[in-house]
Design a protein around this ligand. Structure first.
Ligand code: ADP
Length: 289
């Protein structure tokens, strides 16, 4: 089967600083590392490394050779990537000595998705394939609607959390993924952890505390996190989402898929960076053995 992902593609500019800047302050960074990021592409790379066949649908700035080379180096094909007038999305990530961070995102091309390209990509999908979507692009609701109509499972990461996009997309979602903060925001905006739309499952990740799979009418599943010493937790939730979809795509049960995703995300947080830190399936299977 195929895992489709409509998702953001960013250049993450990571700056190391002794402390995070205060309002009005100017600080000099000790290092600057550009890397591939964006929630969408992180999820695609996670699913690819988990062994899935992945089609990433996205948009980058026209003539941006750096980002195209990064995508290719990470195994993402360019044939469903629109080249648009807006520049490639980017994130300014400040990280202090304690590992605390501050992030500014400029969406750029991510908000200029090409609906015709989404349509053409999803026209090749088969019932039972998956679509991953998040909140960092335009047209995720249309993509989810098309995908559901074709019989795909639709995984929606409600991040960054906002009640209106959630309400708009939920009728087309089968699997809703939220972290602890997003789950709290969901309860605050709807009064319940289980939305009134009939999604098949809500998956809640709670960092080092573990993850839950909640489906109406069955006992919730709980997967403890694997104990590791984290170096950089950027992209942990994306690693979990991409790995979970890849595991379900190859026929794993929800419990098996949760366990696979938790092991993958545990390995991911032990490496610096977002997309480059996604673990290969062989490494994950080693941890699970
Ligand atoms: P997000 O990155 O979206 O905030 P979480 O922090 O909930 O998401 O992390 C997602 C998953 O990554 C967790 O459910 C867990 O499996 C794994 N994870 C995150 N932090 C750790 C950690 N410190 N140790 C082990 N696993 C972790």
């Amino acid at each position: 089967m195929t895992v489709f992902c409509l998702g953001s593609i960013n250049i993450d500019h990571v700056y190391r600083l002794p402390a995070l800047p205060q309002a009005g302050e100017t600080l000099s960074a000790s290092s600057h590392t550009p890397g591939l990021g964006g929630k969408g592409v992180n999820q695609s790379v996670a699913a690819l490394r988990a062994g899935a066949k992945v089609v990433h649908i996205g948009a980058v700035g026209r003539g941006d050779a750096w980002i195209e080379a990064q995508l290719t180096a990470h195994g993402i094909a360019l044939d469903r990537i629109a080249r648009v007038r807006q520049g490639t999305g980017h994130a300014i990530v400040a990280v202090d000595d304690a590992g605390e961070n501050q992030i500014i995102i400029h969406p750029g091309a991510n908000q200029a998705q090409d609906l015709a390209m989404i349509d053409a990509a999803l026209a090749t999908a088969k019932p039972g394939d998956c679509l991953l979507v998040q909140n960092e692009t335009s047209h995720q609701v249309e993509a989810a609607r098309i995908a559901r109509a074709r019989g795909l499972r639709v995984f929606y990461s409600a991040a960054p959390f906002a009640p209106d996009p959630l309400r708009a997309i939920l009728p087309h979602v089968t699997h809703l993924l939220v972290n602890a903060g997003e789950a709290a925001a969901l309860v605050k905006s709807t009064g319940t952890a289980l939305p009134d739309q009939p999604v098949e499952a809500v998956i809640v990740t709670r960092g080092a505390q573990g993850a839950e799979w909640i489906s109406a009418g069955t006992e919730p599943l709980f997967q403890p996190s694997f104990p590791v010493t984290p170096v950089d937790t950027t992209g942990a939730g994306d690693c979990f989402a991409g790995s979970l979809a890849a595991a379900l795509d190859r026929g794993a049960t929800p419990a098996q898929a949760l366990r696979y995703a938790a092991a993958a995300a545990a390995l991911q947080v032990t490496q610096p960076g977002a997309a480059p830190a996604m673990p290969d399936r062989a490494k994950v299977e080693q941890l699970l053995a």
